[in-house]
Design a protein. Sequence first.
Length: 396
Amino acid sequence: MLIHWACDNDIHPPLFGATQRLFGLARGMAQRAQVRALCAVPNRSGGAREERVAGVEILRVKSWHTSVAWWLERARVAPLFTAEAGHRARAGHYRALLGAPPDLLLCDLPLAGMFTGAGRALRVYHAHNVEAQRWQSTAPRVWRGGHWGARLAELERRAVLESDLCVACTDEDAELLRSLHGARDVEVVANGYDETALAPATAEQRARARASLGIPESHYVAAFVGGDWAPNHEALAHLVTRVLPALASEGFTLLAVGAVARAWAGREVPGLVTRTETPELAPVLAAADCGLNPVTRGGGSNVKLPGYLAMGLAVVTTSFGLRGYAPLASAVVSVPLEDTAAALHARPRGWAARGEPAPAVLAGYAWGALGARLADSLAARRAASTTSAAGKAGAA
């Protein structure tokens, strides 16, 4: 089975939530099928044009219109998703680059223009979020915001209706795709963690991580991992300005990791340690006792949560941050945002620190397992659609 996946992110190395999901699922699917991923990247991208990683064939195509759309959003003229028009115009070129016609074509929203002309391939719309709903709470500040919000909803509806199947991150997103856009068939595939890289740190790894970050061994360390996204910035600002002052004198360190940490890097804030994006998260999280997810808005679900658990850390989250992970609820501490400091004051310990095995359900969130199950499901759907088409042809 040949799978083509088209997206507008460079999926390797996976530095933030969306790319972690894309590469993780692709890696899992590559256990069952041939997977070729087309990544439309900005002109400044330095990645190789083609490479093979963990069984996934990655093809990077530089896209000038993505860079233009990025600058237009920065200037508050138009949102980044306007790059979709350029991708739609180049859909034929993208298909030609990917080569032989696939059995399955998966597209993220910006590349959904490739559904037209996809031949007999099973068309799968992959939704990181429900974009129309997310726009309402996290829309960028651009001119004529209402117009662009309606345009985004229109594009999302078109992708849903032109696909044979939608893949969503949560049950809530699946229901929204049905109610807002009339999705007929939706499969929920949760966000997960990299089982090849994330595992509880040894005492030696913990000591080395703390020494490299300048964190005393006696401190209780809570980590917040996040990309450059408004809900993450809001969550980190709350941690720095409301939670950290209440705990810094108690031997507490807040470790901010990822693009979200850039805004605080270099600032002299007692108890705050920052580390910007890194392709290797485990050596940094080895310094932590607890992982934090105090988000209050956004879409989809947060990949950081199962990642924390995979490292054996305690987890303190809001109920919103737990969305999409109901089976993991008993393994985390869920509190209102205003009670985060009190929860951390108790210095919760993760399953590894307690000398216990990992939660039994956690293994099901490994990207390899999630991707393999998705590939099996898609193969069954493809076979069913082929059989149905053959039956109709025979009847004719």
